[in-house]
Design a binder for this molecule. Sequence first.
Ligand code: BEZ
Length: 403
Amino acid sequence: MPLTRRSFLAGTSAVAAGVAMGPWVLRSHAQAGPIKIGVVLPYSGVYAVLGESITQAMELVFARENWTVAGRKIEMIKEDDQMTPKTGIEKTEKLIESDKVDILTGPVHSGILLGMRDKVHNTRTILIVSNAGADDVSRGKCSKWIFRASFSNWQPNQPMGGWVARNVAKDVFLVAPNYAAGKDMMTAFKETFLPAGGKVVAEDYPKLGETDYAPYLTKIRNSGAKGVYCFFSGTDAVNFVKQFDEFGLKQSVRLTGAGFLVEPDVLPAQGKAALGIISGHFYTPLLENPTNQKFVKEFRAKFNNKMPDGFACQGHDTAETIVRALKAVNGNTQDKARLVEVIEKTEFDSPRGRFRFDPKTHNVIQPYIYVREVRDVHGGLNNVVIDKIADVRDPGTGCTLPA
Ligand code: BEZ
C-alpha cells in the first residue's frame, strides 16, 4: 500500500495512542493469541515410545494449568521427526518459519539435535531440549538460546565407569548404536573406567534399529568379557536385552549400561530377561520425594496405569520450565533475551530432585545419578537404587555463553 499523508497520520496516531496507554497495551494487542510450543519428537520408529512418554508428561503439566498461562492459551504443535535428521531439520524449519512458534522443544535423537542446532541458534529461537544428549551442545556447540532439561550423554555414563570397574567387572565389552549418542556414552564411560583399572576387551557399534544382535552376542561370548556395558533405548533395548538372555549370556556375563536400557517404557516387553541389570540414570519412579509421588500418581491415573519413565520426567521438567518462565514474563514471549534470563534462573522441585540449569552450559545439573538394579519388587519389575553419585554436571569444555 502506498504511504499517503492520511495513512501516515493514521499510523502515527495509533502509535501515539499506544505510547500514551503504556507498553502493556502494545504488548497485549500484539500477543493476544495462543503461545505456540513447537514439539519435534519421534512418534514412529525405534524411539517412538520415548516421544510418547515425553509428550504425555508435557500434556499433564499443561493440563494442571488448564492449558492457559498469564491469560494466554498454550498450543502444542507436534511434529514427528521420524528418527531421521533430514526430517527433523525440515520440521524444525516449518515450526520456526511457518508456525512461528514461541518456544521449541525436543528432540530425542542426538544426531537430530546436532542438525537443528545452527538453525535454532541463528534464528534466536528458544529451544528446551527434552531428551537428546549430544555432548557438544553443552560444549563447543552450546548456545545462549538452547537449554537442556534432560541430560548430556556424559552425565549418566561417566560416573558408571569407575563404579562398574570397582563393583562389577574389570574386563568389559562395550556396545552401543553407531551414532553420536552411542559414541558419546561409551567415551564418557571409559573416562572413569580405565583409570579405575578397567580393561575394554572390545567395543562394537551396531546400526541404530538393528533387530538381530546374534553376530554381536557371538563376539561377546568369544571375547572372554566378564561384563558388558551398553547403551540401547526403545525397541533396540527390548531386542538387545531379550536376545542377550536367549543367548544364555546372562549366566556368565553381567549386563550393565546407561539407564535407558531398562526404563519402564521397555521393562514390560523385556520381562524377566531384564532382572539383575545394573544401570545409571538420574531417575526411577521409586524416588520417595513428594513431587515424584504426586507425579507418579497423576501420570498413572491419566495414562491407563502406565508407570512414568525418565523420559516422562524430562517432559515434566521441560513443561514446568516453560510454565514458570511464561508466568515470570507475564506471557510476553516477544522479548527473547528476557525469556532466556528468566529460564536461566528457573528452579523447582522436580520428580528427580531439585531442578536447575548450569549457568555455564544451560544443561541441567543432575541432583544424583543413581546406580539401579532391576528387581521384582512393589508388584513388578522396578529399578531399585543401590548407590548414588551427587551433583553431576557436564564439564562444559569449550562452552562460553555470552553474558
Ligand atoms: C540420544 O540420541 O541422545 C538418546 C536417545 C535415546 C536415549 C538417550 C539418548
